[in-house]
Each structure stands twice: as structure tokens, then as C-alpha cells.
Design a protein around this ligand. Structure first.
Ligand code: EPU
Length: 337
């Protein structure tokens, strides 16, 4: 294990923000991780995975542990299902493509999400009607203080919309090292309810889609709307879609009859943050190198050399405008560091 000093993190976060880590080490096995936790007990630590859901606003004055533990193995299988054990440092999209190639169903709607497998449970990644929690059996994590391994069942993870125990009482306490998935080998349960997926399949004349067809449809939709982090720095949706009370929603609907919505339950509605942001005139706007994506208003972008602070200032301006116009507070989805 080689410790590097004053290392630039520009290549390690999808926003492409150029801050430095005081110390940086790449971890390629669980034993390396345990060793470093034993050796560096006094050191403040910062755990880095795919860097796809964070906005770095300052240099990291800590030892950055870059979790690059690779490997996929079959734990158990039958004619109809497979239990896959996947190490935290596997690239998420490459893993989904591995599943498609092997005809393992369940993750196809989550194609092309940036990041690594180990951080997927933290915010219960989701897209097009599917969330990680639908296929995750359990995950293993190292407790940073004790150095001991802990197993979290699906229930233990306390998953919610872009939420889990690892964002709440478990925050900063664990390093996820492995995730176990249960995927189908036949009779796949496809979720093609999302309008854009239906349309993409119909356009191709596909009536009996395979998991590969669904994955390709999702890839096509994402590529048409979302910027590729390798070309324009971004972290996907910057804010969560807010959930508001029905009373609040009906009041807004009287003033804005076209406001889109999804019913959450008898008393609450979810509204797309992208719509709120677009209504406030931010879509496609740019200030220096910080901007709001022209095709998806929920995505903030770094065109080149924006600082984390510039992106954060823009996010705050958006939050303020939406609070004033709609009386809604937009919570960030991205972790602000
Ligand atoms: N809309 C606008 N303006 C825009 C874009 C969208 O008004 O510029 C409105 C439209 O009414 C549209 C609605 O917002 O129908 C929803 O838009 P979209 O389908 O693009 O989804 P989203 O709610 O903006 C969420 C997730 C995405 C996920 C998509 C598809 C959150 C915070 N984001 O976005 O996840 O890919 O649904 O399921 O829940 C991510 O988490 O990083 C992410 C990209």
C-alpha cells in the first residue's frame, strides 16, 4: 500500500472538482483495509468510492481511503435465481452489463448509473421504477472504530427513497466492502412501466423485451438526457424530488395547473424538482463554469474548472428561488463535503 501526499482528486470525483487529499491510499483488499484501520487509528479518515454522488468544496485534510476492492463471485444458485457477491470497488455499470451478459435479471433499469457497487446501498440508487433495495439481500461493512466486519440484511439497511442507515445513524461509521444480490435466471420480472422505456421499446418494435432490450432502452434514455461525466462534470440529480403535503400540493396546483406529480400516499405528493427548477428559469443557464444542464434541470454541471464552492453557491440560489416561489425546500441528494 503506497500512501500519496497532496494528491489531486479531480480524477476521482465525477464533478471533476480539483481539490487535494492530504494523504491518499488505494485499498485493493479487505485485509489491506483492516491493516490500515489498525495502523492509522489516530488519523482522520475519508472514505472514497466512485466519487459520483459528492460535491467537494474544500481540500480533504484527512487520509483518503479509495476503496478499489474488485471481484464478483457466485454464492449460491438454482435454476431460477443466483446470489452474487460483489466487491465494493466494482464499477456499477460494468457489473450491470456483466449481469445482462449472463442473463441475470433485476438490475437492467439501473444501467449506466455512475459510481461503484460499494456506494450504491448508501443512497439506495434508483431509476425508472427500480431501486437497489429490490435485489439487495445484504451487505458487509467494516466498522471503522472496531475494525470488525458487520453484516447488514436488507431490513437492517433501512432503505428509503435515496436513503439508508448509512446516511443516518450509520453515517461515517462503516466502510461497505461487499454487496450480495439476488437476481433471476429465468422468468425475469421486467419493469417497463416508465413512459420513456415503453416508448423506446415501441419505437424499436419490441413487444416481448429481454433484460438486454430494457438495459439498452435505459442507456438510450439516459444518454439523451443526462450529461456524460467524462465530458461534462456532474453528479446526476443534485436534489431529491420533494415530498409535500396534499394541501400544499393542491394550493400550488391552483396557481400552476400543469405541475407534474406522483402520489406518495393519502396525505403526500412528490413533485419533480426538475420542473420546479425549470419554472424558476434556471434550466440551461451558466455562470462561469457552473451551470444547470440544458436537457435536465435537476443536474448541475461543471463545464470545466468550476470550484465546488461555485457549484454550491448556484445550488443555494436555486434553493432560495424555489423556497420563495413554491414554499418548498429542496434537499440535496448529493453529499456536500
Ligand atoms: N422535468 C422538467 N424539466 C426538466 C426535466 C424534467 O420539468 O428539465 C419534469 C418532467 O415533468 C418529467 C419529470 O420532471 O416528467 C421527471 O423527470 P425525469 O423522468 O427526468 O426524472 P427526475 O425525477 O428528474 C429521477 C431520479 C433520477 C432517475 C430518473 C428516472 C431523483 C432525484 N432523480 O429524476 O436519478 O434517473 O428519475 O427514474 O429521484 C440520480 O439520482 O442521480 C438520478 C439521475
Amino acid at each position: 500500500m503506497k500512501i500519496e501526499y497532496h494528491k489531486s482528486l479531480k480524477e476521482y470525483n465525477t464533478f471533476g472538482i480539483d481539490v487535494t487529499a492530504a494523504k491518499f491510499v488505494q485499498i485493493t483488499s479487505e485485509s489491506e483495509l483492516k491493516d490500515i484501520l489498525l495502523k492509522e487509528v489516530q488519523e482522520p479518515l475519508f472514505v472514497l468510492s466512485g466519487g459520483s454522488n459528492m460535491l467537494l468544496t474544500k481540500n480533504i485534510d484527512a487520509l483518503v481511503l479509495y476503496i478499489a476492492i474488485k471481484g464478483i463471485s457466485i454464492q449460491e444458485e438454482s435454476d431460477s435465481f443466483v446470489l452474487l457477491s460483489v466487491n465494493a470497488g466494482e464499477n456499477w455499470h460494468d457489473f450491470v452489463q456483466y449481469c445482462i451478459k449472463n442473463n441475470y435479471g433485476g438490475l437492467e433499469n439501473l444501467s449506466l448509473i455512475p459510481g461503484y457497487v460499494g456506494s450504491a446501498p448508501i443512497q439506495n440508487i434508483g431509476a425508472y421504477g427500480v431501486e437497489l433495495k429490490d435485489t439487495l439481500v445484504s451487505c458487509e461493512a467494516i466498522n471503522i472504530t472496531t475494525g470488525k466486519k458487520q453484516l447488514f440484511s436488507n431490513k437492517d439497511c433501512q432503505f428509503g427513497y435515496r436513503n439508508s442507515i448509512f446516511k443516518n445513524e450509520g453515517k461515517g461509521k462503516y466502510i461497505i466492502t461487499r454487496v450480495i444480490f439476488r437476481l433471476t435466471k429465468k422468468d425475469h420480472i421486467l419493469n417497463t412501466s416508465y413512459g420513456a422505456i415503453k416508448k423506446a421499446l415501441a419505437d424499436k418494435g419490441i413487444t416481448k423485451p429481454t433484460i438486454k432490450d430494457v438495459s439498452e432502452a435505459v442507456i438510450q434514455i439516459r444518454k439523451s438526457k443526462l450529461p456524460d461525466p467524462l465530458e461534462i462534470g456532474n453528479s446526476g440529480s443534485f436534489f431529491k424530488n420533494p415530498v409535500i403535503s396534499k394541501d400544499h400540493f393542491f394550493k400550488l396546483q391552483r396557481s400552476y395547473p400543469t405541475i407534474p406529480f406522483y402520489k406518495v400516499d393519502e396525505s403526500a405528493m412528490k413533485v419533480p424538482a426538475a420542473w420546479l427548477i425549470e419554472q424558476c428559469g434556471f434550466k440551461g443557464k451558466r455562470w462561469g463554469d457552473a451551470g444547470v444542464h440544458k436537457k435536465q434541470a435537476l443536474v448541475l454541471v461543471n463545464y470545466n474548472n468550476a470550484t465546488g464552492k461555485e457549484i454550491l453557491d448556484l445550488a443555494k440560489r436555486i434553493q432560495k428561488a424555489i423556497k420563495e416561489k413554491f414554499d418548498i425546500f429542496l434537499e440535496t441528494e448529493v453529499n456536500i463535503i
